[in-house]
Ligand binder design. Structure first.
Ligand SMILES: [Zn+2]
Length: 469
């Protein structure tokens, strides 16, 4: 696309800032109201709360009076089960303007042990510039940031603006989005957009905004290793025939090099990040024991964001309590391979299997079992959305935005990419390193929340000026 990216003018910035100041107290009040609704999409919790939560979100977007349609939608999955209620609001683009899809989720994690909270999880409380409560950050702040930004857009650009919008507020993200795939295929047209803004991630800090540009993917593989037709006495045959564990250890030893980096040939490893994350910080955050060495080489962030990593996450073998002097004939293990952005999970799976079969010095019998594949994500460099978002973030936070990665996977993002192949997916959010999403004392940094609303408003105002002709 050869279209020019608008530059956000100082005067526009000032007007937007004033509009956000006006709407911010209301946005905070709305957020507090949403936090009071314990909408949890897990079977053990009251479904009615989720319905109530969806209805409140629907009322919110309906109240803006800028959408052609605001509805609560659900999709089936599995054997006849119905997914949680999602809110979808749509408005058609006019005059060749792009359509922007705003994603967030209104369901929350369960509160966990309430005694670990300093204030009740569903009774929001502001302390030291932060709003405490379950969902205050993840992801009701995302919902309200979308609401506040579109409301301010209508105020500044007039209700008749040209930009197309689709709002998709999911109701089951914390439960693993079981009906997401079906939802997208059923309502594909409603959610069709040129840019998708996912407000469910975070910033580098409360003052340094970020765009999440990469997510690792996942390959998990179960395998069985056999060396003997049956168990035998270790005193009679030990020393002449190997047990299954010896064969397994020899295979696994070849999978990491002397630094602990994955040495499977052909796997992609990506470039480094300029951000600094020290070994001390890594030790503090991960609980690495003082005498234990970290693994991998090069910068720490690329090791956890953009390079492969392999762990053995399950093993079927006799427990210590049940052990006897026996050569164990077979074992089962489950391997988890995190794959770099840009990697193809199918190809990585074949590389992993090929490596195991080729590094089996004892000639054990190997069979492969269950597989799970998750696609990685990486934001392409082309397209106007990222540069407009960088401008908007820098103005709103007063600091240049940085590109960050996530070492884990967010499967619904790969799904969005798969379904809307030409859309640019911008992963942003309001969380910061102290937000403690999913944990007791989850909280939202209020100044970052205000900046997030402003950044999003600036982005929408810029998008409203882009002609795709
Ligand atoms: Zn979330």
């Amino acid at each position: 696309m050869g279209l020019s990216i608008p530059t956000i003018k100082d005067s526009e910035f000032e007007v937007a800032k004033t509009a956000v100041s006006r709407i911010y107290p209301k946005a905070l009040e709305i957020l507090e109201g949403l936090v009071r609704i314990p909408g949890i999409a897990w079977d053990a919790f009251d479904e009615q709360q989720l319905v109530l939560s969806a209805e409140s979100v629907k009322d919110l977007f309906e109240g803006t009076e800028i959408f052609d349609e605001v509805e609560i939608l659900q999709a089936h999955y599995g054997d006849g089960k119905l997914g949680a209620p999602a809110v979808v609001a749509t408005r058609k683009a006019k005059n060749s303007r792009p359509t922007i899809l705003l994603y967030a989720h209104h369901d929350v994690q369960p509160p966990g042990d309430e005694s670990l909270w300093d204030s009740a999880p569903f009774d929001p409380e502001v302390r030291n510039g932060r709003l405490y409560g379950r969902g205050a950050a993840d992801d009701k702040a995302g919902v309200v940031a979308h609401y506040a930004a579109v409301s301010a857009l209508a105020e500044l650009a007039g209700a008749d603006f040209d930009l197309g919008l689709a709002v998709f507020i999911e109701g089951e993200e914390e439960a693993g989005s079981p009906s997401f795939k079906n939802f997208l295929s059923q309502y594909r047209d409603k959610l069709e957009a040129d840019v998708i803004i996912v407000a469910d991630s975070g910033n580098w800090s409360t003052t340094v905004p970020a765009i999440t540009t990469t997510l690792r993917g996942l390959v998990s593989l179960e395998l069985e290793v056999r060396t003997l037709g049956h168990a035998v006495h270790s005193g009679m045959y030990g020393g002449a025939v190997p047990d299954a564990m010896m064969a397994f250890i020899k295979i696994m030893d070849s999978i990491w090099d002397e630094n602990g980096s994955v040495s499977i040939l052909g796997l992609i490893s990506n470039q480094t990040s300029d951000l600094v994350y020290s070994e001390d910080q890594l030790r503090a955050d991960s609980g690495l024991l003082p005498s234990t060495l970290p693994i991998g080489t090069g910068g720490i962030l690329p090791r956890i964001w953009t390079k492969p990593a392999l762990s053995i996450i399950g093993l079927d073998y006799p427990s210590v309590a049940l052990s006897s002097n026996t050569l164990i004939p077979s074992l089962k293990a489950k391997l988890s391979l995190r794959i770099a952005p840009g990697e193809d999970p199918e190809r990585a799976l074949e590389a992993l299997k090929g490596h195991i079969l080729a590094h089996n010095p004892l000639g054990a019998e190997i069979s492969f079992g269950a597989v799970e594949l998750g696609k990685p994500f990486s934001l392409g460099e082309s397209g106007w959305a990222k540069s407009l978002a960088e401008q908007a973030l820098e103005l709103a936070y007063g600091h240049k935005s940085v590109d960050i990665g996530i070492g884990g996977s967010i499967p619904f993002i790969a799904e969005l990419e798969r379904v809307y192949q030409s859309a640019q997916v911008l992963v942003t959010g309001v969380e910061d390193p102290d937000s403690r999403a999913h944990s007791p004392n989850e909280s939202l940094h209020l100044e970052s929340f205000r900046s997030a609303i402003l950044a999003q408003l600036l982005f929408l105002l810029g998008g409203n000026q882009i002609s795709q002709q």
